[in-house]
Each structure stands twice: as C-alpha cells, then as structure tokens.
Design a protein around this ligand. Structure first.
Ligand code: 26V
Length: 809
C-alpha cells in the first residue's frame, strides 16, 4: 500500500517540520537540518502505520513474535522507507523544490551499524520481511551509542575509530520515556516461605540501571503493516552523588552514572571468540530483562492476565547472546506474577525458540558460574534449578551415555553453557542452511537430537532482496521490470521468469551493459575516494565479509600470488585482466585477521609497482566495509568468492546478494553454497575443494600436513618461497608459519593448502569462461533467475509457520 501524496504536499510537510522543529525556513537552513526534517516527515508516515498495526493486532488478538538479538544492522533508512512506501519519485521532486538532491541525502546518512556482520544483517533482513509479509514482529536489542568501529587502513594496518552514528542517524529513533524499565544487578537473595507454603525469593541490595526504549520503525515493501525495532538505552537513576561531590571526590561522584551508561555505549566488535567480560554479560541481561518486562507489560495491558501468554507471543533467541531471556521470563512469572515453577517452566518452553549461527567452538558462549552468581544472583538460582532438573530428567533415559550427559549439561566445569540452556528449553532449534542444520544435529547437539529429533529443523537464510536489487541496482531492476514485469518484487520466485530467455542474445547484451555501467560507477567511486585506478573491463573478483581464518581470505591471496608469479614468468599468458576486491573488518584483537589485511594491502602495492603487470592485475582492499558499501559493490561484482573450509560457514548471505546481482560463485560445498549449487547446477557455479565429510576425515585422522602439499606441488612451493621474502618491503613471517606449520604450533586448522590445487584449477576455468562473454553472461542470467529462493520473505514465512505458529495481519 503506497502513501498517496503529491510532491507539493510533501514539500509543504517538510517546510512545516523545518519551522516547527528547527525554527527555520528553507531559505536559511543548514543542509543537515533539511535532511533531518525530510527524514522526520517520512518517519511520521511510518509512525501512523506502526500505530495502526498495533491496534489491528490487538483487535484481532494476533500472535506476535519478539526477535531478540544483540545485533541488528539496518544500514541506512531513508531510501529504504521511501522505496517501501512508494514515495521515492515525489520525495525526489519535493527535495528538488527545496533546492537539494535526494541522492545527496542518501549519501549523508550514516549506517546504523549495530552489529558485526551476517548475524546482525540477517536480523534486519527478517524485520523487513516480516513487515512486508504482514506478520506482527518486533526486534529488540541495544541502542549502542557507538556501533561497529570505522575501519581505516594506515600503511596496510587496520586501525579502529569510534562510530558515532547518533547525530544524523538518531532521527530514526523515538524515545519512549514513559516505557522505561528498571534492571537490577548484583545484590543478595533471601529465601523465605510464604503463607501458601511456597518458596519465595527476594532480591535485595541490588544496583538499578534504567532502560529507556528507543523505537526505530520498520517498514515493509508496499505493506500497510509496519513493525518496530526496540533499542534499549541505559541510564543511571543517580545523576551525581552529591555527597561524594561535596567531599571533593569528583570522579567517584559520577561513578554510578558512568557504570550504568556504559552498558549501552559500545558494541563488542568481536565475533570470533568469547571473552568473559562482565560488561558483555551486563549488556546481555540489560536488554533481555528490559525486553521481557516490556513484552509481559504489553501483554498484560492487552489481555489482563498472563494465562494466554503462550498463545499470543513467541520469543526468538538469535544465537545464544539473548539466552538469559529464558531464566528472566521465568523470574518474572514466578517472582512478579506468582506462577509456580512448573507453570513458568512450561510457558518458557512453549514460547522460546532458538537459532544457532555458528559451529565454531570458540564462539559458543560460556559464562563462569561465579560471575553470573555475583552479577545476577536470582538468574543464577533459576539456571541452577534448570540444570538440576535436566540431570533428573535423564534418569528416565538409561540409553544416554555418560559422555553425552557431560556434553549436554548446562553447567559444566564451573561454566554455564548458553547453547545447552537454549537447546534444553527451546521448543525448536534451527540451523541456517541445510548442511549447517545437519551438522548441528550430528555434532554439536548430538545428544539432544537423539532424545528429541523433532526439535531440530532447518530454515535456510534469506536476504531483503529488494534492497540489493531494486534499491542498489536500479538498472538491473528496471530491466527485469520490463522483461518479466514487476511481480517479482513481491514474489522473488518469479525472478525465474527470465530463465527461458537464457539464450536471448539481445537480453544478454543488455545484462552485460548494465554490469559494465555498474563497474564504471564502482571504479569512479573508488577513484574519487581513494585515488585508485581500476580497469572496468577487468574481471571483478570479489571477497567481501568479516576477515576470519575459516573464511580463508588467505586462500584467495595465495592464488593471487600464484597468478602474479605466472604472469611475470609469461607476460603473454592467456588470462583475463583481473581486479581482486577485498573488504571486511577484523576484530580489533584478532592478530592473524589483521595480518591478512596487511598482506592484501602490500601485495596490492607490490603489484601496482610492477609495470608489466599493473594493467593485468590489481588488488584492492577497500576500507570500512558496511551495509551501504555492500550496496555499491554487489552490483559491480562478477565472481563471488565463497571459499570457506567446508563445514565451517553456517550459511553466508553475501553469497546470495552477489548471486542476485549476477555474480557467479566460486565456492566450496559449504553453508548455503550447497543450496546455490542445487539451484544453478554444476554448469553455473565454480565448485571446488573438499566436502565437509572429506574435511572431517582429514582432520579426524590428524592427517593434514601442509608440507605434503608444499613438496608435491611446485606452484605451492613457489608461493611459500615468495611469502618467505619481503612483499613490498614487509615481512609476513606469521602468515608463512600459519600456512606451513600452523599458528602457534598446530597445523592450519582450515587446511588451506589441501584445497589450493582444486581452487587454482577452478579459478583458471573461471578465467577461461570469462573470456567467452556469451557463456559468462548466460551463467550470470541463470544465477539471477535462480536467486528467488534466497528471499528473506520466504525465510520469514518459514519461521512464522513452522516455528512461531503465527498468522498474518
Ligand atoms: C559470536 C560472538 C562470540 C563472542 C564474542 C562476540 C560474538 C559476537 C557475535 C557472534 C556471532 C557469530 C555468529 C555469526 O555471525 N554467524 C553468522 O551468521 C550468519 C547469519 O546466519 C551466517 O550467514 C554466517 O555464515 C555465520 O557465520
């Protein structure tokens, strides 16, 4: 449902907003104020829809889902809302009448970067899809004052700068001061028996932190429904301790306040290993407690009691970070609303569901029991009781082995294992691609799945495809509109409408022309921003994602070294010129990831300084990868690097965005690459490397010895030799070590050299096909036409029907 409004009416609304809010008229206004006023007018339309949706949901008594996630990555909002509301053309006119260009506004908007990578972006894609598909569902998270750091590359080294997004980005937030909640930390527990003979827990001497909800509205494509994302901001109930101030203890006078405010100050920028930091535990409990209080209060307001809670709400835990929602819900039910343990337990078990997003053992969260007991005594007591009852329940199951009991225990070795708490309690557990869902059943949650196989399901990830197609690649969208009609905008499966035209020569030429234009746009941007020269006729080979060992950016880099050496040897080798594009952030404390960035950078510099190669080979490391940057890379990409060690990448979603934009995947059978492969077939994807099963065997037998490959394969030997010398004057001893003997002693766990030869050959084949544009373009079209299954609308629909059991508005 579009908003019906004319450009001149919009113009009037923006003028009025400027005057009322900033006390200015358009003739005397700062650009930023004009921008903010424009956003606020768009926000007002949405506010009405959110309100209407809320009333309708209550009137119909519909079930709602609350999607709890420590991360969301909405990126920018103005273009998305204008597109979703169908007002982009009139908005453009209105802004022009105010003497500005709408694109200027789009460029000004900072990304809301409240997440690290795929997990957070997925959460935002799902909010978009829920609103589009008219499901009532709300996101809940933390209103980080500083989002994911800004990455600057200085002489090849990543440096991190704070991302202060709230000045301009804050226009999308509305503070709901009257819905503030209190969250309690520390203190002591007192046990007593009430008059009904029931054990009562009283929590005393706690520290209070206030939680203020900031609401960000969520629009859906041409949808009359709008949902919200609640972001909690922490505040202190005490502004200044006047007593301490009077004693001259100025810093101490502010201490309480800082301790409270710091909770929502900054997003943890790591996603690769747990660090048992108290502040992170506080963040988790802070947002989960405030969220659950809000959910319960809203339900009480609508229904008068909590007896229907399980019919009317679903609570989803996005990875283990919001796991404390389980004991917190039970605490509220028992301590604040007099429910018994069994009642509270049964309600929790019927409302909670959980998605796992990683099998990397170092990312599976554990909290020291002592820390939880100290910071959250009541929550600790509930978790202990769940743990006790879990072991009791096994008495009926003599078939489970002692080893499995150990693996499934929630509390083990003084640690609370969050994933086990989730799997024990959630009614449904899902993985994010077919392979990953199978792996969690067979490996990390094997004991649980043997007890209750029906608990485990798969929901393959999906993307908000209109953002990366219609908004980011308008030329491709226009072509599709004209060839297959616009119905694919609401039903991505209809992209398949172009498949019968896969041999239509004029259509393939138009497709190629659009790709070329997008590549030119990309090259111009790169030139403007970083002064680099890129040949728009070279093959754009793209690997954009967080920098991680398991994602194997190093495999890509050593292949580039191989190309470099080959080309130097034979400058006439028949290979297409290539531009390798890397982007992605490394966790600030992740040494090897930062070394990988440094290698990419210096390799690029050395190639630039090699005259006979500089027209053939280019390596670009683009700094500060973010949602908005992905929106201009994807449309220009031709080869999509999805080269993780099989079994490690839970799904990947960049792979889907690139495919949708006509890039062809070079990848292992990992994560959603498996589904991509099934959709396009062997002929339209460059598959290489070991399967997950083969990897399993190699590692189980402890059989990966990098030196076997160095000795067997002269190309590898040459690459290793190259890295052992300086590159652009810099040495890379740790990387050399990592590849050959492993980092700190044990062989590279991601077996890069084992997959190298297969990768090299497959890259060679990709290069050969690229030189036959007719063939390449046909493959590209087939990828676009088959991308429909990766729509977030489809994924959200599966969550709604299979897990949350809810219906549409
Ligand atoms: C883990 C940790 C560990 C403790 C420190 C902070 C922190 C922050 C985030 C994470 C989550 C890592 C899991 C993750 O991002 N998984 C990605 O999820 C995507 C969406 O399902 C999926 O496409 C990617 O394959 C998967 O790596």
């Amino acid at each position: 449902m579009d908003i019906t409004i004319t450009a001149s009416e919009l113009y009037g609304l923006i003028r009025r907003k400027l005057l009322r809010h900033f006390g200015r008229n358009p003739e005397h206004v700062r650009l930023q104020e004009l921008y903010k006023a424009t956003c606020m007018v768009v926000r007002d339309f949405l506010a009405e829809r959110v309100d209407e949706t809320f009333n309708e949901v209550n009137a119909q008594g519909l079930k709602q889902v609350y999607y709890l996630s420590m991360e969301f990555l909405p990126g920018t909002s103005l273009r998305n809302h204008a597109f979703n509301l169908g007002i982009e053309p009139v908005l453009r006119e209105a802004v022009a009448a105010l003497g500005r260009n709408l694109d200027e506004f789009y460029e000004m908007e900072p990304d809301a970067g409240l997440g690290n990578g795929g997990l957070g972006r997925l959460a935002s894609c799902y909010l978009d899809a829920l609103a589009t598909e008219r499901y009532p569902g709300h996101g809940m998270s933390i209103c980080y004052e500083y989002g994911i750091f800004k990455q600057k590359i200085v002489d090849g080294r990543q440096t991190e700068l704070p991302d202060d997004w709230t000045d301009l980005g804050g226009v999308w937030l509305i503070a709901k001061e009257d819905e503030m909640k209190e969250v309690h930390f520390g203190g002591r527990l007192k046990e007593s028996w009430d008059e009904n003979g029931r054990l009562r827990m009283t929590h005393t001497d706690y520290r209070t932190v206030l939680a203020v909800p900031q609401e960000m509205m969520v629009s859906g494509y041409r949808s009359s429904a709008a949902n919200s994302l609640i972001l909690w901001e922490s505040r202190s109930p005490i502004e200044i301790d006047m007593e301490k101030f009077a004693e001259g203890k100025y810093l101490q006078a502010m201490e309480e306040r800082y301790k409270a405010e710091i909770i929502s100050q900054i997003l943890y920028p790591a996603d690769e290993h747990i660090e048992g930091k108290t502040l992170r535990l506080q963040q988790q409990y802070f947002f989960v407690s405030a969220s659950l209080q809000m959910i319960v209060d809203k339900h009480l307001m609508a229904y008068g009691s909590l007896d229907l809670l399980a019919d009317k709400i679903a609570i989803h835990i996005n990875d283990t970070h919001p796991t404390l929602a389980i004991p917190e819900l039970m605490r509220i039910l028992m301590d604040d609303h007099d429910y018994s343990w069994n009642e509270a337990d049964s309600i929790a078990r019927s409302v909670i569901s959980y998605t796992n997003h990683t099998v990397m053992p170092e990312a599976l969260e554990r909290w020291p029991e002592a820390l939880v007991a100290q910071e959250l005594p009541r929550i600790h007591s509930i978790i202990s009781e769940i743990n006790n009852r879990q072991s009791q329940s096994w008495l009926d199951h003599p078939e489970i082995t002692e080893e499995q009991r150990q693996e499934m225990a929630i509390i083990h070795d003084g640690n609370i294992r969050m994933a086990n708490l989730c799997v024990e309690t959630a009614h449904t557990v899902n993985g994010v691609s077919e392979l990953h869902s199978q792996i969690i059943k067979d490996n990390i949650f094997k004991g649980f799945s043997s007890l209750k196989p029906e608990k485990f399901i798969n929901v393959t990830n999906g993307i908000a495809y209109r953002r990366w197609l219609n908004q980011a690649n308008p030329k491709l969208a226009e072509l599709l509109d004209s060839v297959i009609g616009p119905a694919y905008r609401n039903d991505a499966r209809r992209l398949a409408g172009i498949l019968p035209l896969k041999d239509d020569v004029p259509l393939l030429a138009r497709l190629a022309k659009i790709k070329r234009e997008n590549k030119v746009r990309f090259s111009n941007n790169a030139n403007r921003l970083w002064g680099v020269q890129i040949d728009p006729d070279s093959l754009f080979d793209v690997q954009v994602k967080r920098i991680h060992e398991y994602k194997r950016q190093l495999l890509n880099l050593i292949h580039i070294i191989d190309l470099y050496l080959r080309w130097q040897e034979d400058p006439n080798a028949d290979l297409p010129p290539r531009t390798f594009i890397f982007a992605g952030k490394a966790a600030p404390s992740y040494f090897l990831a930062k070394e990988i960035i440094r290698l990419a950078y210096h390799l690029g510099q050395q190639i630039d300084a090699t005259p006979k190669l500089k027209d053939k080979l280019k390596v670009l490391f683009m700094e500060n990868y973010a949602v908005s940057m992905s929106e201009w890379i994807m449309p220009a990409a031709e080869l999509s690097e999805q080269i993780s060690l099989a079994g490690k990448e839970a799904s990947g979603t960049g792979n889907m965005k690139l495919m949708l934009n006509g890039a062809i995947t070079i990848g292992t059978l990992d994560g959603a690459n498996v589904e991509i492969h099934r959709a396009v077939g062997d002929d339209n994807m460059f598959l290489f490397g070991m399967t997950a099963e083969e990897v399993g065997q190699l590692l189980a037998e402890n059989n990966y010895n990098p030196w076997t490959y160095v000795l067997q394969n002269p190309s590898i030997a040459r690459i290793i030799d190259f890295i052992s010398h300086k590159i652009n004057g810099e040495s890379f001893a740790e990387i050399l070590n990592y590849l050959t003997t492993g980092f700190q002693g044990s062989a590279d766990p991601f077996c890069i050299l084992a997959d190298f030869e297969s990768y090299r050959k497959t890259q060679q084949r990709a290069g050969q096909i690229y030189q036959k544009p007719a063939e390449w373009n046909r493959m590209s079209l087939i990828n676009i036409g088959n991308a429909g299954i990766f729509s977030a609308d489809r994924s959200a629909g599966e969550y709604a029907s299979k897990i949350w059991k809810m219906s549409r508005l």
